[in-house]
Design a binder for this molecule. Structure first.
Ligand code: UDX
Length: 471
């Protein structure tokens, strides 16, 4: 099939390269000059495992090409996917770009073709979409076309795999006057074995938003449960294990820590609450999910503060900046808020992330953040080490060696990813979310945080576990 994909960001480029891998003839349209230049020279302008190889391969065999001009490719394509940004710098919905993009491409789509919105859009926009596209066709003196939605469920870091072997394909029908839109998308996805679900456009967008709202809810649920584990001196992983065997519950996406970041979850939760409120409708559960998520960042900073008896003048090593491993994306990354809060409290914050682009961008975004080029450099002379992103190389750090270069042996694990026993053995105090707080026998009782409840500082068994919330 001949396919055009408008917008070569995370979603568009994965769609282009994946479609080429299935044998389709794909043109990726990109307007940003530097991004287009990078793509034309076979360079993927962001980090996404195996995407570079796929792009290279299909630029080589001619199934994929990139251009800034949409008109020619669109008029020759059965399917025109639109994957342009729909979020502004303030993390709000922004639909001017997609409207302008549709205005440009829709008049050129062949009468037997379809426009497929792949970007995630606000429900209100989806409600207006069929009339908007019909109007564009009418104004151009052309017949109506199929207007489809095809939300993506790919995760950064595994996006190529997620695209090629999805667990479901969701097709939303906004308008399909000649009833060929669904058939075209079925042909596009012919090699996929997963169920193909044909829904109304509004159901499709709410399935997309609903999936992300549910994932976000799971994480905030795990974080609230972890706080209970801290309160009662219990272990979150054991608790989740005890729940997860029930097939109605399951154990995935319940890892406690500093909460969710990224381009989708935080923005979609916040905007769902806000847009529903604008229509006079309350969404208290989603509002709480949002609050809990932001509270985790503050709790993390408060704990760091408490662990070093006040961060002012202390050196805090941040391990990780990206919102999760295997990406260089800093969008809504907890690291940025955490670093800013620590710096505002007078700490000297020294950060390292394996991704060079993330280091550069974090430095540009957070005033007075010190960024170094190795984990060892970050932890040297640190008063406390804070794990923010669970990159595999941090999980396997040689803690015994690190113990000899830090100023104080204190680690706070924002992702519950480190081995508490290894840290305890190397002489570190270990703090986490819902895994108890552990102190090596030789260190004695640490200083109590400013907000410690009365009478909880004494009587903590040395060398044993106790709950962070208890002191
Ligand atoms: C998400 C959805 O998973 C994906 O289906 C959708 O298409 C886009 O949004 P992504 O933003 O790439 O994908 O990241 P995801 O893997 O979902 O992680 C989001 C955040 O949640 C990360 O910051 C991660 O660290 C955090 N997280 C994830 C937790 O805190 N606990 C968990 O158990 C899982």
């Amino acid at each position: 099939m001949k396919v055009t994909v408008i917008g070569q960001g995370y979603v568009g480029l994965v769609t282009s390269a994946g479609a080429a891998a299935w044998g389709h003839e794909v043109v990726g349209v990109e307007r940003q000059e530097d991004r287009l230049r990078a793509l034309l020279s076979g360079h993927v302008p962001f980090h996404e495992p195996s995407l570079g190889e796929l792009v290279d391969l299909h630029l080589g065999d001619g199934r994929l090409r990139f251009t800034a001009d949409s008109q020619g490719p669109v008029s020759a394509s059965s399917l025109t996917f639109v994957a342009v940004g729909t979020v502004n710098a303030d993390q709000e919905w922004e639909t001017n770009t997609i409207r302008a993009c549709l205005a440009e491409v829709v008049p050129h789509i062949p009468d037997d073709g379809a426009v497929v919105v792949r970007s995630t859009c606000p429900p209100d926009f989806i409600g207006q979409l069929p009339a908007y596209v019909d109007g564009l066709r009418r104004d151009a003196g052309r017949e109506p076309i199929a207007v489809m939605l095809n939300p993506e469920f790919t995760k950064e870091g595994t996006a190529v795999q997620d695209f090629l072997t999805p667990d479901r394909v969701v097709i939303g029908v906004a308008s399909d006057p000649k009833e060929h839109g669904v058939a075209l998308l079925r042909e596009f996805y012919a090699q996929v074995e997963a169920p193909v679900l044909v829904l109304s456009a509004m159901d499709a967008i709410l399935a997309k938003l609903g999936a992300n709202l549910f994932l976000a809810t799971k994480i905030s649920f795990a974080n609230e449960l972890a706080a209970l584990c801290d309160l009662y001196g219990s272990q979150i992983e054991r608790v989740i294990e005890g729940m997860a065997h029930d097939p109605r519950i399951g154990g995935s996406f319940l890892r406690a820590g500093i909460g969710f970041g990224g381009s989708c979850l935080p923005h979609q939760v916040t905007m769902t609450v806000r847009e529903a409120a604008a229509r006079g409708h309350e969404t208290p559960l989603f509002a709480a999910v949002d609050d809990i998520n932001l509270r985790q960042r503050l709790t993390f900073v408060d704990r760091i503060d408490a662990l070093v008896d006040g961060v002012a003048g202390r050196r805090v090593a941040l391990l990780g900046l990206t919102f999760k491993p295997h990406t260089d994306d800093l969008r809504a990354a907890p690291s940025l808020d955490i670093a800013s809060m620590l710096i505002d409290r007078g700490a000297s914050v020294v950060a390292f992330d394996p991704m060079e682009t993330a280091r550069r961008n974090a430095k540009a975004q957070v005033r007075r953040l010190i960024v170094v080029s190795s984990a060892l450099e970050a932890v040297t002379d640190a008063d406390v080490i804070a794990l923010v992103t669970e990159w595999p190389e941090f999980v396997t750090l040689p803690w015994a060696q690190i113990a000899s270069v830090v100023r104080q042996r204190i680690v706070i694990d924002g992702r519950n990813a480190l081995d508490p026993d290894a840290l305890l053995e190397a002489g570190f105090v270990y703090s986490s979310f819902g895994r108890g707080h552990r102190i090596p026998a030789e260190l004695g009782v640490p200083a109590a945080p400013a907000r410690a409840p009365e009478g909880t500082r004494m009587g903590i068994p040395i060398g044993a576990e106790f709950a962070v919330g208890d002191f």
